[in-house]
Design a binder for this molecule. Structure first.
Ligand code: F6R
Length: 608
């Protein structure tokens, strides 16, 4: 989704903003722009297309002198991607400029009202309403105008705003869209996410909902919507700056796949103590764990897929019924959350609008929510009653890999802990599962080392039209993620099916040469999946099988086999997903796709 960067300080603003925007490219965008105050007036340059177009247009920022400015990468919602719809947007006199991430839900009545007062609109965006509305309320005091606008608009927004009459200030405003500010000795910064300003400062402030920040070159002040000043403590970001760089890899996605052994270790090991699982941040006593009657897991996309996997483990190991729901459905379907229901939301970014709404809906119904979150200080992390962090570090590629793997680990730990406390998981099994967990990082490394073999196989499928992924039980959950990885970055149509469901309609799509990836890691379901493989092979499919070492029987029904090291049946997702991620990645690379920034996608989906 859109990215915002702003700067005011001793240095030229445009190059800093351009560089910051380049660090937000991963969020997904289709146009870019900057507004810089040049000592006389606010100048705007903007354009549809990639950031390099704006860089060329401004000679790397050199043609836009000035020490205060705001910049934007736009992911179109209202109005097509075009030069005109790109941000920033001006008021008519060109004395106020605004960049926006989010959606103004009541922009139509506001636009009509402003038009009736003589305001003229040049774009199709909801954002332009903000520029004119600020102008409407502006009587010389920017803070007053901004807070009046905040009272009038509905929806979500993170804003950067500059006023020609106040060139020594820039403003940041936020409601339900991410925005942070930071400071160093040379200036102050606004950004949608930490990587944009990490080069300049590690001291950042998280802006809460409905807060405004006035930034000057040497200090910042925070206000609530009633213009009252707020105290605020900075947070020191302790990431390794290289974590947000490619570090010699061709793509962030490849680098992040290779970081999975470390991610798994970092999420796992601090929570294993004296052969037990200790999740201090869970905030639940053993008695409360024993009292759980049902678990609701709510998330989107890949995070949802980890929830589907976890259902089998919570039900199998802890004997707790689990319902897994897509957050955009959960929030509107009047879910029944009875007493004893625990709600878990899962999110890498911690900013996914639907997941955040599901969290709030659950809290409104009187239920505590546990967030499994990667981004420290994100909205979900701050609003959840308890937070279990996945220590994956910054994930830049749009397609998730390492955060997905870390989410799985967090869920395994929870399910095992619950099973042990509730007495449904025998001591010996718990112990052997712990040993299996500790072996996962090394096993993932072994699978990654096999990447050339997967690459050779993937090269044969760059021309594929349709690919099907099938599996039963946890293997179905793996199939869903394998299918999503392939389609989102290679643009090849693919679908995941519960293997037994295929013959209820979809099998008619199988023709000579159609690739079917069959995942068969669950011993109790192996023969069943094998039969489904035989069925598709008999209809001409080319069958790729992913199974455990030793299951050589599969070669009767498969054309190509990938064997996984042995692990507990509930942890096979952590291994099976590795070749499937590599497969999706290499198909996309072979097709020449923009792997880290697939078309139409955004890393952090902050609108519903
Ligand atoms: C797919 C992918 C998305 C996200 C989904 C949820 O590779 O990354 O499907 O999993 O948008 O995002 P978070 O986890 O940030 O809530």
């Amino acid at each position: 989704m859109c990215g915002i960067v702003g700067y005011i300080g001793k240095h030229e603003a445009a190059p800093i903003i351009l560089e910051g925007l380049s660090k937000l490219e991963y969020r997904g965008y289709d146009s870019t722009g900057m507004a810089i105050f040049d000592g006389e007036k606010i100048r705007i340059k903007k354009s549809a297309g990639r950031l390099k177009v704006l860089e060329e247009l401004t000679h790397g920022g050199a043609t836009m002198p000035g020490v205060a400015g705001i910049g934007h990468t736009r992911w179109a919602t209202h109005g097509v991607p075009s030069d005109v719809n790109a941000h920033p947007h001006y008021n008519e006199e060109e004395t106020i400029a605004v960049v926006h991430n989010g959606i103004i839900e009541n922009y139509i009545p506001l636009r009509e009202k402003l038009m009736s007062k003589g305001y003229k609109f040049t774009s199709d965006t909801d954002t332009e309403v903000l520029a004119h509305l600020i102008d409407y309320y502006y009587k010389g005091n920017p803070l007053e105008a901004i807070t009046k606008v905040m009272h009038r608009v509905q929806g979500s927004y993170a804003l950067g705003i500059i006023f020609a009459e106040h060139p020594d200030q820039i403003f940041a405003v936020r409601k339900d869209s991410p925005l942070i500010v930071g400071q160093n000795e040379d200036g102050c910064f606004i950004a949608s996410d930490v990587p944009a300003i990490l080069k300049y400062t590690r001291k950042v402030y998280f802006i809460e909902n409905q807060e405004v920040v006035r930034l000057r070159a040497d200090h910042m002040h925070f206000y609530n919507v009633d213009e009252e000043e707020l105290p605020k403590e900075p947070v020191t970001i302790d990431w390794d700056a290289d974590a947000a760089e490619k570090g010699g890899y061709e793509h962030f996605m490849l680098k992040e796949m290779y970081e999975q052994p470390k991610t798994v270790t970092d999420t796992l090991m601090p929570r294993i103590k004296d052969n037990d699982i200790v999740i201090e941040e869970l905030g639940m006593s053993d008695e409360e764990i024993r009292a759980i009657r049902k678990i609701f897991i709510v998330a989107c996309g890949s995070a949802y897929h980890t929830g589907v996997t976890a259902k089998y483990i919570f039900e199998g190991a802890a004997r707790i019924p689990v319902e897994v729901d897509v957050a955009s459905e959960f929030r509107y379907r009047k879910p029944i959350l009875e007493e004893g229901t625990m709600v878990i939301v899962i999110s890498q970014s911690g900013e996914t609008a639907d997941t955040l709404a599901a969290l709030r809906e659950s809290q409104k119904l009187g239920h505590k929510v546990l967030g499994i979150v990667n981004v420290v200080g994100s909205s979900i992390a701050r609003e959840a009653d308890n937070v279990m962090y996945t220590w994956a570090g910054p994930e830049i590629a749009v397609a998730t890999t390492k955060a997905y793997s870390a989410q799985l680990i967090a869920l395994y730990l929870l399910a095992m802990k619950f099973g042990k406390v509730r007495g449904t998981l025998a001591e010996a099994e718990f112990g052997s599962m712990l040993e299996d967990l500790k072996r996962l990082p090394g096993q993932i490394e072994r699978l990654l080392a096999n990447k050339e073999r997967i690459q050779r196989f993937a090269n044969r499928y760059i021309g594929a039209k349709d690919v099907f992924f099938i599996g039963r039980g946890i293997d179905y959950a793996i199939s869903m993620e394998g299918s999503l990885k392939l389609k989102e970055i290679s643009y090849i149509h693919s679908e995941a099916y519960a293997a037994g469901e295929l013959k209820h309609g979809t099998i008619s799509l199988i023709e000579e040469g159609t690739l079917v990836a069959a995942v068969a890691t669950q011993d109790s379901l192996f023969q069943k999946t094998l039969s489904n493989m035989v069925e598709v092979k008999a209809r001409g499919a080319f069958v790729l099988a992913v199974t455990n070492e030793g299951n050589t029987d599969i070669e009767k029904a498969a054309d190509y086999c990938i064997y996984l090291p042995k692990t507990n049946q509930w942890f096979t997702n952590s291994l099976a997903i590795i070749p499937l991620q590599l497969f999706g990645y290499y198909v996309a690379v072979g097709k020449g796709c923009d792997v880290d920034k697939p078309r139409n996608l955004a890393k952090s989906v902050t609108v519903e």
